[in-house]
Design a protein around this ligand. Structure first.
Ligand code: AHG
Ligand code: MN
Ligand code: MN
Ligand code: MN
Length: 334
């Protein structure tokens, strides 16, 4: 046997780490991995088949859906439905939770919140997109319908979270609260293989990632922080590099590997922030914390935010702890 560890093998090996070691969470993660491969196949041939462009519908966020948004959503829901371990899926693309109450899923113990395709605006131009997922354990009794309380749990209650990046290579990165591990899809064998064990954000970062076109709409503290990033100072290796792809997954993945801060503040256009708490901020915050970084909404730990609605938004500042803390200081000061 070669030295390769596939995602499937790794999940089984780590099963003992789960507080509820029954194999159900392992199977759920495996199902997500399978759907990710199907979506990857479609993303890869996007220019060749009729999958680019608008689907012609608008989702609950008021965003025009792309065909790949709809396709990815269908694939993940289908995989979770037939897998039998998930009782409800909360997706960016559905106003209401999608309950899976029938067949094998009746007694399912897990809840999945998902952004099936992150970075929609980059699909048509061959720039990296992603998938983000968050997994909770059901709190209501099995056998009856699960409910909103099962879905609207604090980020601290996540039992697993991860993302897939469909980039120059495709990777799946996830945590179950015992560190972060990254797997690269080997297309020749069709398996995600462990390539980035125990990922930790580097000790210091010199990258800031923000949509600076919105500068005039930012809170003053964020404006001042951007000026700080641009100021010359050899001791802190400033000016920092500005890097912004516009797919949260890709921006976070780069910063996780290289160090840096990702910012999506409140703006006058998005007074509560743009990114969604349940399927963008919380799962990425879990990963960033597990990798040794910090995730804040500017004044509070993201994972402690009280979820009130499924599509609730939040400001998000994620990355190296010292960078996020300095940003928080700027928000307090200005
Ligand atoms: P989605 O494609 O899932 O709707 O998410 C888009 C998000 C996120 O990926 C990205 O970080 C952000 O929107 C970009 O927003 P701006 O275009 O406003 O910078
Ligand atoms: Mn969207
Ligand atoms: Mn998104
Ligand atoms: Mn999306």
């Amino acid at each position: 046997m070669s030295g390769i560890t596939t995602l499937g093998q790794f999940i089984i090996e780590k099963q003992a780490d789960f507080p509820y070691a029954k194999g159900e969470l392992s199977r759920l993660l495996r199902d997500i991995g399978i759907a990710a491969k199907i979506v990857n196949r479609e993303v890869n041939k996007a220019g060749l088949v009729d999958i680019l462009g608008d689907a012609g519908q608008v989702n609950v966020q008021g965003e025009g859906q792309k065909k790949l948004d709809v396709y990815a959503d269908e694939q993940f829901i289908k995989a979770l439905q037939s897998g039998g371990e998930c009782c409800v899926v909360a997706s960016e693309e559905h106003e209401n939770p999608v309950y899976i109450q029938s067949g094998v899923s009746k007694n399912a113990k897990y809840i999945v919140c998902i952004d099936p395709l992150d970075g929609s605006s980059n699909i048509d131009v061959n720039v990296s997109v992603g998938t983000i997922f968050s997994i909770y354990r059901r709190i209501s009794d099995t056998g009856v319908s699960c409910n909103n309380n099962d879905i609207l749990q604090h980020g601290t209650k996540q039992v697993a979270a991860g993302y897939v990046i469909y980039g120059s290579s495709t990777m799946l990165v996830y945590t179950t609260g015992k560190g972060v591990n990254g797997f690269t899809l080997d297309p020749s064998i069709g398996e995600f293989c462990l390539s980035h064990p125990d990922m930790q954000i580097p000790a210091s970062g010199q990258i800031y990632s923000i949509n600076e076109g919105n500068y005039s709409k930012f809170p003053n503290g964020v404006k001042q922080y951007i000026k700080y990033c641009q100021m010359e100072d050899s001791a802190t290796q400033r000016p920092y590099a500005s890097r912004y792809i516009g797919s949260m997954v890709a921006d976070i993945h780069r910063n996780l590997l290289k160090g840096g801060i990702f910012l999506y503040p409140t703006t006058s256009a998005h007074p509560n922030g743009k990114l969604r708490l349940m399927y963008e901020c919380n799962p990425i915050a879990f990963i960033i914390e597990q990798a040794g970084g910090k995730a804040s909404n500017g004044s509070q730990r993201i994972l402690d935010i009280e979820p009130k609605t499924l599509h609730q938004r939040s400001a998000a500042f994620l990355g190296n702890t010292d960078m996020v803390e300095l940003l928080e200081d700027f928000l307090k000061k200005y």
